[in-house]
Ligand binder design. Sequence first.
Ligand code: ZN
Ligand code: ZN
Length: 382
Amino acid sequence: MTSLHRTRRSTVRAALVAAGIDALLVTDLINVRYLTGFTGSNAALLLVAADDEEPEQAHGHTDRTTDEPDPRTRFCTDGRYTLQSQEQVPDLPRLIARPCDVALLRAAPAGSVGFEARSLPVAAYDTLQAIARERTRPVSLRTTLDVVEDARAVKDRTEIEALERACAVADRALADLIGAGGIRPGRTERAVGLELDQRMRELGAEDPAFETIVAAGANSAVPHHRPTAAVLAAGDFVKLDFGATVDGYHSDMTRTFVLGEPAGWQREIYDLVHAAQAAGRQACVVGATGDAIDAASRDLIAAAGYGPQFAHGLGHGVGLQIHEAPSLARGSASIMAPDMCVTVEPGVYLPGRGGVRIEDSGVIRPDGYHVLTQTSKDLGVL
Ligand code: ZN
Ligand code: ZN
């Protein structure tokens, strides 16, 4: 696995060189995981732009407990994670210190050191500025945004395989739940959600990818409804939005069912959202902007008179986080590239009556969007 992380570090190094930054202080834990494989709760990475890594050599013997100057790419964690980090990050010099951002900045090479503005608290920034000023070899702190996040938007093979497994767990859990008659009048939203979560765990999910949404009847008109003691009733829409986390990767899928025979209005908005979701998937081509893909789906809904009832973006990247780059939404300048993994999830919500959302997770390939969530999108009548 370490060569994989090294390849990722190379990609980010190229971005640092392009931005004229000598080193990046990575403090976002998800980004640290992406670049090193470390899964603990406290760590940081100083990534030097010039490739200073030795070929295929373990550095376990270079552990230090002080932060003496050693301006190299280095991983830092605290004493709770000495053993875990030796296993997970055998290929980088390691610093055991606390706080890691301070220790790594003290040891950083002279020049410009980028920090991750989205994840660094203001108090930590103030401390780092004080350290930068007191250093004898000058460092200037540089604001960066999304350097690692942009690299993460394009998935490598290992990541896509993890997402495939996460989507397969969600598909299977839903099929089993339906097969066991788990979505039926008389059950509460909460009971359905708990059973779905339990089934995902039994099928190998580390966790649900986020708090499972089960929304019945009028609640289905609330895009992010939390499951309650509300009881499912005949004639209801039941909307389930859920996913599994596998190897740290998150799947995301929404399906909407009807309990019994659908009424005319239910069929109408279901068919509309179904068509809009297909249009969104077809627009997910390499080179398209997030704005254009959103419009391809949204325009269909607006033309049918339901524009105001679709009040959220069309989709988002999925990966180590449930919501990450790129964004498929109005005004999004994100440009689709091969191996980006994104959701496509239009919806129409009629307050007081009910709503429909249909969502897939999938991969953008040179020949179009490949759906990873395989559950049928035909109107499911339970
Ligand atoms: Zn979702
Ligand atoms: Zn989503």
